[in-house]
Design a protein around this ligand. Structure first.
Ligand SMILES: [Zn+2]
Length: 261
């Protein structure tokens, strides 16, 4: 009897906790099966597309420009101006830590934008974590939801710098299997191959730009299965050597410091 009561109380606490954590999704829950909601709340990079009012401009966490040719364009500088909207100050520490994670061992630096700088990154609140891919000019956004971790934000900054997802590489079929039947209906676009630059660098399962096994899963089962025994696919705790190398090559600058172009 006591055991039953304990189980019931634990379950009630779990449900309550889920509800609190996902409170901002509340009004949107009827759009999706409850199982889907439970799975996607663990992958904040998938939330912007699933819950944005304007899904036409989002693919996963990548804001899609009408000008597709601009995708992947690098910034004309390695010292990116940024600003943080005051209504997201509670995420400021995480945003600063994410910028530090990107700057560490790469030539990319960030500075607070001054009013004369027209091209800059603005961190602003969002329903998920999302960013444009590459430089567009003018003010461009990185969306940061309360659930975005430091690693999630660093992942978005790499999109801002011009990088697409590792699992969308043209050669990915030699390394991973996409399980279409487990993908949320309508979200298959996030697994389409893209002809982005790879710099002839080997496929990196552990890249901070690689999706985890259950991203956009409708049922908790894998949407991506690696063809090797990989433990940290989808990790968001560090940039790998490959991630850093790609930055070095796209921005034509030294690994540990900015060199002359
Ligand atoms: Zn992404």
């Amino acid at each position: 009897m006591l055991l039953q009561l304990l189980v019931a109380l634990t379950f009630a606490a779990y449900v309550k906790n889920e509800t609190v954590n996902s409170s901002y999704l509340g009004e949107l829950v009827p759009l999706f099966d409850i199982n889907v909601v439970q799975h996607v709340t663990h992958n904040p990079e998938t939330l912007e597309e699933l819950f944005s009012d304007d899904v036409a401009v989002v693919e996963g966490d990548m804001l899609v420009s009408k000008n597709r040719n601009a995708v992947g364009k690098s910034w004309p500088t390695t010292d990116l101006p940024y600003d943080i909207r005051p209504d997201i100050n509670d995420k400021k520490e995480d945003i600063m830590a994410a910028m530090a994670m990107v700057s560490e061992h790469t030539c990319i630096t960030f500075h607070r934008r001054n009013s004369t700088e027209l091209d800059y990154v603005l961190f602003r609140p969002g329903k998920g974590c999302a960013s444009n891919v590459g430089f567009f000019g003018g003010r461009q956004f990185v969306y940061v939801a309360p659930s975005c971790s430091v690693g999630n934000i660093a992942h978005e900054i790499l999109h801002t710098l011009g990088f697409e997802h590792e699992h969308t590489r043209l050669d990915r079929d030699g390394f991973i299997e996409i399980i279409k039947s487990n993908i949320i209906k309508g979200m298959e676009e996030n697994f389409k191959k893209l002809a982005g630059k790879t710099f002839d660098i080997p496929y990196d399962y552990s890249s901070i730009l690689h999706y985890g096994r259950t991203f956009f899963s409708s049922n908790g089962k894998p949407t991506i299965i690696p063809k090797k025994d990989i433990k940290d696919m989808g990790q968001r705790s560090r940039l790998t050597e490959t991630d850093r190398k790609k930055i070095t090559l796209l921005y034509n600058c030294g690994t540990y410091r900015c060199g002359p172009a």
